[in-house]
Write a protein that binds this ligand. Structure first.
Ligand code: UDP
Length: 241
């Protein structure tokens, strides 16, 4: 059932780096960043408070360094810096729409953006700003999915919205297997037991521990975020309730 009234007050949206690159093989497609920003702006107009964790995979992943014999920790530092580039791009797209936006980085770089603290994050959200969390968790060997679950817990988000390339969690890759079916509802434990590749294990376990539902939907569907915030749209809900 869907109406125009949102069923959520505060959410955490996870946008992967790959989502921002659109059909390009690398980097940021500004038109795509603008479109995702317009969906976030719509959520703000509905009165929903939105925190955003951005990934960095469109620019750099630490494993790429490690797989070529480099130092994984340095590679992860590079990956975390990539998320800051994406956060600045998304903030620019939001500000073009007059959406009050702040970037908080887990790695201090005061000339560029504010440093993350839970107190500052809550302050900005209470002021009605969109808060973009950059720099992942600030630690190597983690992912921005884990940062998504962590920040969701810290800001008291009612749900993690994981925007992906497809409109939910499928039994197999729907782009390769025509018999793949979309799950309507799963528990966190089922996601872990079935090894469903939607978020990494640490992220799902953290969400389970804090009883935060994960809603998986297509980030490429214009207006899709708004639809799901009002209870409609195609998605998979991961919840233990
Ligand atoms: N990263 C990290 N710690 C974190 C978050 C990210 O070291 O807490 C690094 C890691 O190298 C990762 C890269 O940043 O590969 C980009 O993040 P991620 O792969 O999660 O981005 P996405 O897949 O969402 O684009």
């Amino acid at each position: 059932m869907s109406s125009s009234t949102p069923v959520y007050k505060r959410v955490l949206l996870k946008v992967s780096g790959e989502a921002l690159m659109g059909s390009q093989g690398f980097g940021i497609d500004v038109a795509v960043a603008d479109r995702i920003a317009s969906d976030i702006a719509e959520a703000r107009r509905m009165g929903v408070e939105v925190g955003v964790v951005v990934g960095g995979g469109n620019i750099f992943r630490g494993v790429a360094v490690a797989s070529k014999g480099g130092d994984r920790v340095t590679g992860d530092h590079m990956g975390m810096l990539a998320t800051v580039i994406n956060a600045l791009a998304l903030a620019t797209s939001l500000r073009k729409l007059d959406i009050d936006t702040v970037v908080l980085s887990a790695i201090a770089m005061p000339e560029i953006c504010e440093s993350f603290s839970q107190r500052q994050a809550l302050h900005h959200m209470d002021q009605g700003r969109v808060v973009i969390f950059a720099g992942g968790t600030g630690n190597p060997f983690f992912t921005t999915d884990s940062a998504g679950a962590l920040r969701a817990a810290e800001i008291g988000a009612q749900a993690i919205f994981k925007g992906t390339q497809v409109d939910g969690i499928y039994s197999a890759d729907p782009k390769k297997d025509p018999d793949a079916t979309r799950f309507e509802r799963l528990t966190h434990s089922e996601v872990l037991e079935k090894g469903l590749a939607v978020m990494d294990v640490a992220a799902v376990a953290l969400a389970r521990e804090n009883a935060i539902p994960i809603i998986v939907f297509s980030i490429h569907e214009k207006g899709g975020f708004g639809q799901i915030l009002t209870g409609g749209g195609l998605k998979t809900i991961v919840t233990d309730n």
